[in-house]
Design a protein around this ligand. Structure first.
Ligand code: COA
Length: 214
């Protein structure tokens, strides 16, 4: 049985499982933040019905029970202000992270703290050996979260991320917390920031299925 997931992140911030009670407040938060989310999140361009959101949340909770996801909500004084989560491949012992936070709660480290707690949970309770963050190359704030947590910018996939009516280049960040500390990707290492434009794509085709909010 999987343990319940809650974390105190300090300063009134917390992280909890994205249970049914979060559906309506998170849906409302998304509607209030569509202009903030649409430049970065493919799902924010689709229909935002509360019923669709409820179905998505129930599916994510089922995936959690079956070990395929960790859907979490970021809380401020008990109220949802964003989400952070992971899709998990238990067979490969890998996970892919996703996150967003309401515009007015940016800039306080809430997301970095939430993702750090998720990383800890994934490595200690799920034995995850490799974690990825995939984000638009031009998403400076999202890339800063990855770099702050010691992820390595491993590759850039050209036109891999559809956003509204255009496609963005996608930066792939990787972290291997279970690896030898001397290897790239380990959080204890200092990573020089790499110019994304200097990293050439590999020609791999990638489908980004991350969808933590709709
Ligand atoms: C990407 C996104 C989640 C980043 O949010 P964020 O608020 O910048 O990230 P954090 O909450 O970790 O805050 C980091 C900031 O808090 C500061 N900070 C304060 N206390 C901190 C702490 N204890 N730990 C870490 N950072 C702290 C950092 O210095 C940083 O400041 P800066 O913005 O001046 O550089 C947010 O911009 C967002 O939701 N964007 C829209 C959706 C999106 O892009 N999602 C990601 C798709 S891949």
């Amino acid at each position: 049985m999987t343990a319940l997931f809650t974390h105190d992140l300090g300063d009134g911030l917390g992280l909890a499982l994205r249970e049914e009670w979060t559906v309506e407040p998170l849906h409302q938060l998304i509607l209030e933040n569509l202009d903030h989310l649409r430049p970065w999140e493919p799902w924010a361009h689709g229909e935002q019905s509360v019923d669709g959101f409820r179905i998505y949340t129930r599916g994510a909770l089922t995936d959690w029970i079956e070990g395929r996801s960790l859907p979490a909500v970021i809380l401020q004084d008990g109220a949802p202000i964003g989400v952070a989560g992971a899709t998990i491949d238990a067979y490969l012992a890998t996970a892919q992270l996703g996150y967003w936070i309401a515009a007015r709660h940016q800039g306080r480290g809430a997301v970095t703290r939430a993702v750090a707690a998720i990383l800890d949970h994934l490595s200690t309770t799920r034995a995850i050996q490799r974690t990825e963050i995939r984000t638009a190359v031009r998403n400076r704030r999202s890339r800063a979260v990855a770099e702050r947590l010691g992820f390595t910018h491993e590759d850039t996939l050209r036109s891999a991320l559809p956003i509204g009516d255009h496609r963005d280049d996608l930066a792939v960040y990787g972290l291997s917390p279970g690896s030898d500390p001397s290897r790239p990707g380990h959080p204890s290492r200092q990573h020089p920031r790499r110019d994304p434009e200097a990293v050439q794509g590999t020609g791999r085709s990638v489908v980004d299925n991350t969808n933590y909010a709709s």
